[in-house]
Design a binder for this molecule. Structure first.
Ligand code: FMN
Length: 246
């Protein structure tokens, strides 16, 4: 169809392609780095320390074979160790080179543009609410206490997973972190980064006997507002519900 070639998506893909002919000549936009460049900190927010993870003795191959998107969950609480394992799978630190904190998931240029937020509905040891995961300190900062699952679900086009799951992961991007190095092509990398993180969490959930579902359908700025994000310097790009399967 003619709309395909002129669509914003195709124009973007074309405009951000690398080719042998242009790789050295093509002008890259000059984008100032994010300030502060470091991982986000919520100074003064109440903190929930995450227990250290004892990796379950589970086979990657089994998890790959058996993973399916699970959208129905049982009532009940997830324990904090299990939540910690899921978080670690997504963004745990596994190495260090200079100031770079290397993670379980790869990141283009080791720039780590993705921040992890949680909507906790039912976890033993963490009251329901909205949280931010502090990567270097390995703790959760409580941003707002309360039952936000339904509100998040309404903003995710009414998807009940958001209030029935024990926890919903909400991943935002701070595009400048990656765009300052890669220009607009960096947008491609940001979504790839998020997908790596999400898949780690999905496979970890499978290994732990939980069910999970990635969520791409949501009203962007409505979810941004819930987490106090401006939608430009930082914007939510992906969600995943994780719960005890029915
Ligand atoms: C980028 C992306 C966005 C998705 N968004 C949603 C969503 O909003 N709601 C939903 O129920 N499933 C969503 N899914 C799950 C897909 O429907 C699911 O992965 C697909 O049907 C294949 O099934 P499987 O995951 O069980 O293999 C999404 C998956 C991806 C990769």
């Amino acid at each position: 169809m003619s709309d395909y070639a002129t669509s914003l998506g195709v124009q973007y893909l074309k405009a951000t392609k690398h080719s042998r002919e242009e790789i050295f000549e093509k002008r890259r936009e000059e984008i100032a780095p994010a300030e502060p460049f470091k991982q986000k900190q919520y100074e003064g927010a109440p903190v929930i320390e995450l227990p250290k993870v004892a990796p379950p003795d589970a086979s990657l191959w089994k998890a790959l074979r058996e993973r399916r998107s699970v959208r129905k969950y049982r009532d009940g609480q997830m324990d904090l160790e299990t939540l910690s394992a899921l978080i670690w799978a997504g963004q745990g630190i596994t190495g260090r080179i200079g100031n770079y904190l290397l993670r379980t998931a790869p990141s283009a240029g080791a720039l780590y543009p993705i921040e992890t937020y949680l909507c906790i509905n039912s976890v033993d040891g963490a009251p329901p609410g909205l949280y931010h995961f502090n990567v270097p300190f390995y703790h959760l900062s409580l941003l707002a206490e309360g039952d936000y699952g339904r509100e998040l679900g309404e903003r995710a086009m009414g998807q009940p997973m958001c209030w029935r799951a024990q926890v919903v992961f909400v991943w935002s991007a701070i595009p400048r972190r990656t765009m300052a190095k890669y220009g607009s092509r960096g947008i491609r990398y940001i979504f790839l980064d998020a997908a790596h993180i999400c898949q780690n969490v999905l496979l970890a959930a499978q290994s732990l006997g939980l069910g999970a579902c990635p969520i791409g359908a949501f009203f962007d700025d409505e979810v941004n507002h819930l987490f106090g994000l401006d939608g430009e310097e930082e914007t939510v790009i992906y969600l995943a519900s994780v719960g005890i399967p029915k």
